[in-house]
Design a protein around this ligand. Structure first.
Ligand code: XMP
Length: 320
């Protein structure tokens, strides 16, 4: 049973001090590796790991082809300013090959997990000689996986999986007692810039969690373009998270005066504190119209835009 540390009870100074010494004790004179995705959790773990281990920590950004527009360069650039070198590893081909033909949501998550931990990281860790993987699993990830809601790609021990046996390295999870609001406080205390610790959450399986049906480079590009528009138009809205979902069903529409059996994008915008419960944000209708207009005009093949108005539960924040 993991003991939760609530954000309001969290003393960031003590928390950081304790975690730094725990990480140093575990790693000793060995080396550790961590995967940075640019999300709040992995960014916070990167800074915590950097503070604990300095050059004994190697930070990797896995370019899986499923990230938002311009992410690898943006994230590596931001961390460079913080004195952290980030190595970008291109694994796009492997991820798309693993997801080919898969439409079932849990199979999709499993394919991403195996590609990430076993293939890509297995190889990187072996090559580097690192014995530990430092990662930003948080309590909500564990809860949802154990409850069987979604198999979060970064949860193993609580499912009876020993990473040492399965992948050949140990996993250290310094944020596992926290939820998102607590992680933000720690990220801020570690000196992350606002644009990183205040970032809206983004799932480990990245845009693949937002494509219903088969994940192909082209379908990812469609949801990536819609995401860019939504994140730009809603950036000043005080919501927990906003995102685009690409549906599998097609609908008849019209583009350039011609019939187009086109694609549908669903917009989701959530109010939530810790992602366990969420309600749709009551966006002004004018904003919704602006979003629909921009998405249908700028994203090729999209002829329909909807807004999700269901609560979590029974909905979940992502679609997959
Ligand atoms: P759901 O979709 O389960 O999402 O309501 C709850 C929160 O978690 C994020 N999410 C994930 N984060 N790995 C992660 O690190 C995952 O596999 C994953 N799936 C969902 C989601 O964006 C939301 O903030």
């Amino acid at each position: 049973m993991i003991k939760e540390i609530k954000a309001k009870e969290l003393n960031t100074k003590n928390f950081i001090k304790t975690k730094v010494s725990e990480i140093q004790d575990l790693v000793g004179s060995d080396t550790a590796i961590n995967a940075l995705s640019g999300g709040v959790d992995s960014s916070t773990v990167t800074m915590l790991g950097h503070r604990s281990l300095g050059k004994q920590l190697k930070t990797i950004f896995v370019q899986n082809g499923l990230m938002r527009e311009g992410e690898p360069e943006r994230v590596a650039g931001l961390f460079k300013k913080l004195g952290v070198h980030v190595e970008v590893v291109d694994a796009r081909k492997e991820f798309f090959a693993a997801m080919k033909g898969i439409t079932d949501p849990e199979e999709k998550r499993e394919a991403i997990t195996q590609t990430f931990y076993k293939k890509v990281f297995g190889r990187i860790v072996k090559k580097s000689g690192a014995k530990f993987l430092l990662q930003g699993t948080i309590l909500t990830d564990v809860d949802e996986t154990v409850a069987g809601i979604k198999r979060q790609h970064n949860v193993f021990e609580q499912l009876g999986i020993d990473p040492q046996k399965a992948f050949g390295y140990r996993i250290i999870e310094p944020l596992i007692q926290l939820r998102k609001d607590g992680v933000r406080k720690v990220g801020k205390a570690l000196g992350l810039p606002t644009e990183l610790f205040k970032r809206i959450p983004f799932p480990g399986p990245a845009l693949a969690a937002r494509v219903i049906g088969e994940v192909t480079p082209q379908r990812i590009e469609t949801v990536r373009k819609a995401t860019l528009i939504i994140e730009d138009i809603l950036k000043d809205i005080k919501a927990f998270q906003y995102l685009a979902i690409l549906h599998e069903d097609r609908v008849t529409g019209m583009q350039n005066g011609k019939r187009q059996f086109g694609q549908q994008i669903e917009i989701r915008c959530w109010n939530s504190v810790d992602a366990r419960h969420a309600t749709p944000t009551q966006l002004p209708f004018k904003t919704l119209l602006k979003l629909a207009e921009k998405i249908t005009s700028d994203v090729p093949g999209v002829v329909s835009v909807t807004y999700n108005i269901a609560n979590k539960p029974p909905s979940t924040i992502e679609a997959i």
